[in-house]
Design a protein around this ligand. Structure first.
Ligand code: G3I
Length: 364
């Protein structure tokens, strides 16, 4: 009897008090802003899952650490994340004998907790390299050693945790010639083959990509890339696909027929295609801001439709996801509104277009 009385007292008095004063057994989750109320069931990731495509976004560290809304939308909407900068040589390998994995580790941990895939980018690039590398006077043998150790240390550490790597990034000039980098200058063009082989040794199950910009529609660069990847395949180099970054301005999106032809011929080679760094800025478009946002949505829509029309197009990844944080803003100081969510995390017409395409039944 006494027990029952105590139980009744607890329910009637203590529970409301606990609620009123915020007493909970686990720390409270961040409160979503009203503008972010999108049912998880119809999130992009749940739709993309059904279509068998990775839908992803690049993640910048500052908001990842400091903005709970950012983390929440990221985990709710996307099944794939790409560290926007944390994998770069400059940050990951700041001294010859020191690596800093702390940030990538946090992102990988977050991805695991939210059942997301991690895409790694880039292993070899001409940019974002540390001074010790840029300014060092190395022999060919030393540079081969540096590159092999870097690739195998990084890929080896995240073996089984990073599903795809941009092994070599932006190795081609606009005219299709090989870009002049320390790797080309001191090692020779075979640095590309070697990078793929080393990455494959370190994680035989990871998907390995060559990534570039300006390679999405047929043209000189796409043709040079096609020749390059055909050569890699002929030599038995382990490459699985091609990344098309696709940073675009309104009105300059790839022409769909030329994009389709390009994806189609890569498919015939047995290669995957992933859109890896999509963003579409609106500042150059004509018409009102609303009209430009609608045109932007139309561009996102047609790119995703094109991707879904091909079995080998396996990922649709934007370079960030909210206009609040985009590399473009810091570059030009203008709000170019290139992404799917506005600065307050409200879905834009571009988001609705992608949701709509993923919900429709055509393709794949
Ligand atoms: O975090 C450091 C900070 O510690 C330092 O004090 C400060 C001073 O310069 O720099 C900060 O790093 C900046 C970093 O972004 C993080 O915000 C770098 O300077 C800046 O160069 C870097 O820019 C990135 C750029 O690549 C160069 O690595 C952009 O965020 C990133 O969006 C952009 O991404 C590239 C892809 O990797 C490859 N394709 C093109 C794409 C756009 O340029």
């Amino acid at each position: 009897m006494k027990h029952r009385l105590f139980l009744a007292l607890a329910i009637v008095v203590l529970v409301p008090l606990a609620i009123a004063f915020g007493v909970r057994s686990t720390p409270s989750a961040p409160t979503p802003a009203p503008s972010m109320e999108i049912s998880t069931a119809t999130s992009l990731r749940s739709l993309a899952q059904k279509r068998g495509i990775s839908i992803g976004a690049a993640v910048e560290l500052e908001p990842f650490y400091n903005d709970a809304n950012y983390r929440q939308v990221l985990a709710r909407e996307f099944n794939t994340l790409v560290p926007e900068n944390a994998f770069k040589f400059q940050f990951l390998h700041p001294n010859p004998d020191r690596y800093d994995f702390s940030h990538v580790d946090r992102l990988v941990e977050f991805a695991k907790a939210h059942n997301m895939q991690v895409r790694g980018s880039p292993l070899v690039w001409h940019y974002a390299q540390p001074d010790w590398l840029n300014q060092g006077k190395f022999t060919r043998e030393e540079l081969l050693g540096i590159l092999q150790t870097h690739i195998q240390t990084v890929v080896g550490r995240y073996r089984g945790q990073v599903f795809a790597w941009d092994v070599v990034n932006e190795a081609l000039n606009r005219d299709g010639s090989l870009r002049d980098t320390i790797w080309l200058r001191h090692i020779g063009p075979e640095y590309i083959d070697l990078a793929f082989r080393w990455a494959h040794q370190a994680d035989p199950n990871a998907r390995l990509f060559y990534s570039d910009y300006g390679n999405d529609e047929l043209g000189r660069k796409a043709n040079a890339m096609y020749t390059m990847v055909s050569g890699l395949l002929q030599r038995g180099v382990p490459i699985d696909g091609v990344g098309m970054q696709t940073h675009k301005r309104l009105g300059y999106a790839p022409r769909l027929n030329l994009l389709s032809e390009n994806i189609g011929r890569l498919e015939k080679l047995g290669l995957e295609v992933q859109f890896t760094e999509l963003d579409i800025t609106i500042q150059d478009g004509t018409g009102s801001r609303e009209e430009r946002l609608m045109k932007q949505a139309q561009t996102y829509r047609s790119l995703l439709q094109t991707c879904l029309a091909f079995k080998n197009c396996t990922a649709f990844i934007t370079w960030g996801f909210t206009d609040r944080y985009t590399w473009l803003g810091s570059l030009t100081g203008q709000l170019e509104a290139p992404l799917l969510f506005d600065e307050s995390y409200r879905p834009k017409p571009a988001y609705n277009a992608i949701e709509d395409v993923l919900s429709s039944h055509s393709g794949k």
